[in-house]
Ligand binder design. Sequence first.
Ligand code: SF4
Length: 215
Amino acid sequence: MDQSQLNKPDMSLELLERLKLRYPKPLSALNWKNPWQLLVATVLSAQCTDKQVNKVTPEFFSLWPDAASLSRADPGQVQKVIRPTGFFRAKASNLTKTAFIVADKFKGQVPASMDELLSLPGVARKTANIVLYNAFGLNQGIAVDTHVRRLSLRLGLTGSSNPAVIERNLMTLFPRQHWGEINHFMVLFGREICRARKPSCSACFLADICPSRQT
Ligand code: SF4
């Protein structure tokens, strides 16, 4: 059968099988040891590389190991420590407000529900999905970041560039037990082969089912 003739659900399952083979142990590149650290690192990763985030988090977590300590932090010092991650004023403001809410309302524990996570400043569905899956093993949705957005469009899995619409489209195409892994698979694939500026179509193991392959 000509693989390019697969319908969208069959194509997405084929895609998933190949990604699983290529990346048998998909993990985030962020360093973290508990749900609070993952939440902080994910907020810091907005518009920033995981590598850069990993450079600032050791100092961050040694100064403020939990939500309670961060809620009492000097805002200027927080900004100084996270400055290399970019958008440091907004990130510092969101993180200190989130720290106060987690320390006070959630007794120091990162909440394990979508609605509660979305109530935290600076936390949208992408961050919430990442925390729910990686820290708690919950598949509530699919984290749509820049790689997932780009690859979903190139692979014809969505016709929209809106992350909320893309997430809904992907959730209908992939079995729920794989939702959390989809983000890791696409980040790894997007960095290795289907890069933003120059995709390596000639070396791509999805070329025969990809509508955007370049010859
Ligand atoms: S064939 Fe090219 S555009 Fe399609 S997924 Fe592979 S690298 Fe990306």
